[in-house]
Design a protein around this ligand. Structure first.
Ligand SMILES: Nc1nc2c(ncn2[C@@H]2O[C@H](COP(=O)(O)OP(=O)(O)OP(=O)(O)O)[C@@H](O)[C@H]2O)c(=O)[nH]1
Ligand SMILES: [Mg+2]
Length: 451
């Protein structure tokens, strides 16, 4: 953290402007050493300064330089941003010049990591920064913005304060039981507080699951035997002839992907090669790929042909997908019924005929119903937004539950205190009150360089 870091902060490519950003105690000095213009070391903080970046007396580019002095900066260190002409060559040359003058190339997310380590933002807010950059739709963007503004951090802090108060009063009662003027915390009081907190945390965890859907969308995989109409269904969902459709079994060899928006939530749809045993090498690879896609999917759409009897391959596919969130589509319902699935007692069945819009509309409605998409949108954007946060909240919840069991079983109060302290610590980890290097490395590795 003692060195000065540099990175290109804008996307590398042709554009009007590129920004090269430096942070650290020598940021201003390093840039000033290769700047022709006014003396940047005497420039006021938060000013923009015109001049040229030079290297060995040669002009590299005409630039505008923002000088931002510590501590009111993104990282809380001295930060300099060089606005140069967009374009790969001049941007890279300026970066190289900064490196030769003593800056070090920043790691992904290192600017934000410094903001965290220097105490300007907590871990949840750091994660919000990357979420804003990566948000794929307006809803995801709103959640990330609200998180950056502190909504989630405040919620966690409030929760921890409640726990702190409870812990403090328990301790006073344990340490100074002879003081009569202290409000005695009865087991009933503790039980009541724990119950309330448990309910609140449970609600937060449940609501937070939706954020993953909002952020990442629903990964939907269409599987089935060859020729049942998988690609036709994909094309109708996308309203575009993206996949090739023929009456030859084994038409789709590789996966075909597309995206639609259902009630503001993205559906990532993947059409796969028809599953059957085959000796064709290329088709075989396609079939293996189809099978492997199932494990990763949030939703599997199994397509069966209404006009054919159920085959061994169909049965295998139904077996392989039985534990997944699944919709069974009986396609080609314009043709006579030969399919009999009555022995299976299947749920979530939709009949379609890809020559009309009706069945596809029903399929979309089934997805909306299954994922309760209509209820997902909310005006309150206070959520936990990723697996790390949610798994810590779950651990906190389990500790609370342990505390509750303890109190119901009349365990000594200091045992219950341990569970409550664990809850307090797990919640603290969410905002980064405690953290490990490993967690930080993992988290910031997902950032882009320059952020
Ligand atoms: N009658 C009727 N024919 C359909 C329907 N849906 C698809 N088909 C026809 O069935 C044939 C196979 O359609 P595809 O969409 O290519 O089937 P697929 O499941 O993707 O097949 P593979 O890629 O080989 O696995 C084509 O000739 C389609 O026109 C339908 O609802 N009714
Ligand atoms: Mg196909």
């Amino acid at each position: 953290m003692n060195d000065t870091i540099v990175a290109i902060s804008t996307a590398l490519g042709v554009g009007a402007i590129s920004i090269i950003r430096l942070s650290g105690k020598d940021a201003i000095k390093i840039v000033n050493n290769c700047f022709k213009g006014k003396d940047l070391t005497t420039a006021e903080s938060h000013t923009i300064n015109y001049g040229h970046i030079i290297d060995k007396n040669q002009i590299i580019d005409e630039v505008l330089i923002s000088v931002m002095k510590a501590p009111k900066t993104y990282t809380t260190e001295d930060v300099v941003e060089i606005n140069c002409h967009g374009g790969v060559i001049s941007t890279k040359r300026i970066l190289e010049t900064m490196l030769t003058h003593g800056a070090r190339l920043a790691e992904p997310g290192e600017f934000t990591k410094r903001a965290f380590l220097n105490g300007r933002i907590d871990l949840v807010k750091s994660e919000a920064v990357i979420d804003i950059i990566n948000s794929k739709n307006e809803e995801a963007n709103k959640i990330a913005l609200s998180q950056l503004n502190g909504s989630t951090s405040n919620m966690i802090k409030k929760f921890r304060n409640k726990l702190k108060q409870l812990l403090a009063s328990i301790e006073v009662n344990i340490d100074y039981p002879e003081y009569y003027d202290i409000e005695v915390v009865t087991k009933d009081n503790i039980r009541k507080s724990i119950k309330e907190m448990k309910m609140d945390l449970d609600k937060i965890i449940k609501e937070s699951k939706n954020t993953t859907l909002i952020k990442e969308g629903i990964k939907t995989v269409i599987v089935g035997r060859p020729n049942v109409g998988k690609s036709s269904i994909l094309n109708k969902l996308l309203e575009q002839d993206k996949a090739i459709v023929t009456n030859i079994a084994g038409t789709t060899r590789d996966i075909v992907e597309g995206e639609i928006c259902l009630d503001g939530i993205i559906l990532n749809i993947i059409d796969t090669a028809g599953i059957r045993s085959t000796n064709d090498i290329v088709e075989k690879i396609g079939v293996e790929k189809s099978l492997s896609m199932i494990d990763d999917a949030d939703l599997v759409v199994v397509v069966l042909n209404n006009n054919e009897e159920l085959t061994m391959d169909d049965e295998e596919i139904l077996e392989k997908t039985k534990r997944k969130q699944r919709i069974v589509v009986i396609n080609k319902n314009d043709l006579s019924k030969k399919l009999d699935i009555s022995k299976y007692n299947l749920k979530n069945i939709v009949e379609t005929n890809t020559n009309t819009v009706e069945g596809i509309k029903n399929l979309k409605e089934k997805i909306i119903e299954l994922f309760e998409l209509e209820n997902i949108k909310t005006k309150d954007y206070t959520y936990l937004t990723n697996a790390r946060q949610i798994s810590l909240a779950k651990k906190a919840y389990l500790s609370l539950k342990e505390a509750e069991t303890g109190i119901n079983n009349d365990l000594p109060i200091d045992m219950i205190e341990i569970d409550l302290k664990n809850t307090f610590d797990f919640l603290g980890e969410i905002i980064g009150e405690t953290y490990s290097e490993e967690i930080l490395d993992h988290l910031f590795a997902n950032f882009c360089v320059g952020k």
